[in-house]
Structures are given as structure tokens and as C-alpha cells.
Write a protein that binds this ligand. Sequence first.
Ligand SMILES: *[C@@H]1O[C@H](CO)[C@@H](O)[C@H](O)[C@H]1NC(C)=O
Ligand SMILES: *[C@@H]1O[C@H](CO)[C@@H](O)[C@H](O)[C@H]1NC(C)=O
Ligand SMILES: *[C@@H]1O[C@H](CO)[C@@H](O)[C@H](O)[C@H]1NC(C)=O
Ligand SMILES: *[C@@H]1O[C@H](CO)[C@@H](O)[C@H](O)[C@H]1NC(C)=O
Ligand SMILES: *[C@@H]1O[C@H](CO)[C@@H](O)[C@H](O)[C@H]1NC(C)=O
Length: 316
Amino acid sequence: MFAALTVFLEVLLVGISIAFVILSFHWYFMVVYKLDNAGWARAPHAQQKNGTGSWADRSPLHDAACYGRVLALKTLLDQGACANLSTIDSVTPLHEACLGGHAVCAKMLISAGAQVNARNIDGSTPLCDACSRGSVSCINLLLSHGAEVNPSLITASPLHEAVLRGHQECVDILIENGARIEHTDCHHGTPLHVACVRGHVDCAKSLLLAGANPNATKNHETPLHYAAQNNYTAVIQVLVEHGANITALNQNGKRALHLTAEDSEARQLLFYVEGHVESLKQLCRLTIRQSVGAGRLEYLSSLKLPDLMLNFLCHR
Ligand SMILES: *[C@@H]1O[C@H](CO)[C@@H](O)[C@H](O)[C@H]1NC(C)=O
Ligand SMILES: *[C@@H]1O[C@H](CO)[C@@H](O)[C@H](O)[C@H]1NC(C)=O
Ligand SMILES: *[C@@H]1O[C@H](CO)[C@@H](O)[C@H](O)[C@H]1NC(C)=O
Ligand SMILES: *[C@@H]1O[C@H](CO)[C@@H](O)[C@H](O)[C@H]1NC(C)=O
Ligand SMILES: *[C@@H]1O[C@H](CO)[C@@H](O)[C@H](O)[C@H]1NC(C)=O
């Protein structure tokens, strides 16, 4: 009887020990896993992240900026981390904060002395990243701290970045702040080309209203060629309204109409436009806008004209 009880107690003890060991392991992995997710327990660079975050030499400051961890960022800066710290590819924490659209982090970095116009390996500035993200608050913050609206770049300008992703509000802010609307990037062409390739009709409107040249060419391709090819009828309409040359030829000697798909709405539209003479009032609007000139269209609304005419002139 006594022996049976001893064996029973021993089995119970072993059982409890095993359970304890299993629980310990479980607890250990939970903690490490959680810390790891928070980016602290393991070296942050061991994590593979998308976009600019995949570089092996990112600092905890980059990580905090990238994910908008305000408290972590503040702690690191208070501990004396350098706000200008950059990766081999010259990506700064400010680039990361802007790409993530984290205006509070961006502000803290700028207050800590981060370079507002820092260039990464592609030449992109934090403003390019804020435009790519479509973060109005980051853009306004950067502009109020002296960010260049037209950084010398052979690649995508901040305006190109905003148009690429269809962020019309950002496009308007950039134009108001003097972004060059005809800046040509060897890969994309003008911002209007980008809007027409992507079918961002709102961005195309903003650019054309600000006086973008509808006949700009990139290897002889006009914005209309791209819109026609992609069957973006709303974009075609806007381009025609702003005086695009419908007979312009691309490098293969094709008009926009030739590039439309059979039976597409774009073909019907261009067929109609080619076969009709524009109205006199449309021709007057184009002539007046062209005489005023691209850089001065904003003054149109100060002309002493009846509202009806003014609204028509300003495409309202
Ligand atoms: C990385 O990109 C892949 C697709 O390319 C996506 O499924 C994944 O969610 C992204 N991860 C992060 C952390 O953004
Ligand atoms: C960052 O770089 C700029 C320009 O080189 C400099 O003025 C600023 O003091 C630097 N900030 C820090 C925190 O080192
Ligand atoms: C574009 O081409 C058309 C010809 O179809 C012309 O009337 C218009 O003035 C041109 N616009 C510009 C800004 O060059
Ligand atoms: C419109 O395109 C045609 C054909 O390429 C060209 O002959 C004409 O000069 C262009 N018009 C303008 C104003 O660019
Ligand atoms: C062209 O776009 C219109 C909408 O604008 C759509 O209804 C039509 O199916 C499209 N046609 C082709 C051939 O893609």
C-alpha cells in the first residue's frame, strides 16, 4: 500500500516537472517571438522588409521611423542617435519616416537636425518619398522646412512620384509651391505622360489646368497616344479639351486613333473627335489660355469678366 503511494507520488512529480519544462519553453518562445516582432530582441537588420527597408545596415532609428514608432524614436534620439545616420544606400531615417507617411516622426527627426534634402543612392529626397506615399502632412512639413520642390534629378521628381500613384492633392500642393510641370524624366517623360500611362484623370486635370503641354513628346509619343492605347476615355476627353494634337504621330507614324483597340470606347471617342470641328467657344478658350501662358494661368480668375465666362475659361 505504502509502495503504491510512493510510486504514485513519484509519477505525479515527474508529470509536474515535464509540464513545467513545456510551459517554460512555451513562455520563452512567446516572449522572444513578441519582442522580435517589435524589432528589439533580435538585431533589426536580420529582418527582411520590403521597399527601402531591406538593407542590411539599417539602424534601430531607421526601423522606428519606418514603422512610425514615436516613442522608440524619441528614446533613441534622446540617447544621442544621430538623425543623419544613413545606410550604405544613403537612406536616412527621414526618408523612411516620409515613405511611411509618419509626419510626427519626420518632425522629430527634423527637430533633431536631420537633413531635409538628403539624397539616397537614387538621388531621391525625403520629399520624393512623401509624394510617393501621398502624405500631405509630410509634404507640408518638409516644404515648411526648406525642402526643394525641384531637386536636380534625372529620375522621378517629387511631382512624378505623386502622379505615379495618383495623389492629386499632393500634385496640387507641389504645383502651388512651384513644381516644374514640364520636368522630363528619361524613363517616364513628363508628369502628364505618367498620368496618362496610369489613367489618373484627376492628376491629368490638375496638370493641364496648371498649363502642362498636352503635346509634350517622349520618343515622339504624346500623352494622348498613351491614353488611347490604354482605353482611358476620361483622360482622352480632358486632353482634347485642353487642345491636344489629335493628329500627332508617334515614332511609328501612328495617330492616337491607330493605337486604340478595335471596338473600344477610346476608338469611338477619337473617331468622333477627328470627324468634328471644335466649337468656336472651345477654340476661344484654348487661344486665350495659350496667350496668357502656362506660368500665369492662376491669374485668370482675377480678370474682370462675367462669372459665366470666367468659369468656362478656368474649366470650372
Ligand atoms: C512585402 O511584399 C509582399 C508582396 O510583394 C507582401 O505580401 C507583404 O505583405 C509585404 N510585407 C511587408 C512587411 O510590407
Ligand atoms: C545633419 O547634417 C546637416 C548638414 O550636413 C547638419 O547641419 C546637421 O547638424 C546634422 N545633424 C546632426 C544631428 O548631426
Ligand atoms: C498642341 O497641338 C495643337 C494642334 O492640334 C495646337 O493647336 C496646340 O496649340 C498645341 N498646344 C501646345 C501647347 O503646343
Ligand atoms: C500636330 O501633329 C501633326 C502631325 O504630326 C504636325 O504636323 C503638326 O505640326 C502638329 N501641330 C502642332 C501645333 O504641334
Ligand atoms: C474601354 O473602357 C470603357 C470604360 O471607359 C469600358 O467600358 C470598355 O469595356 C473598355 N474597352 C476595352 C476594349 O477595353
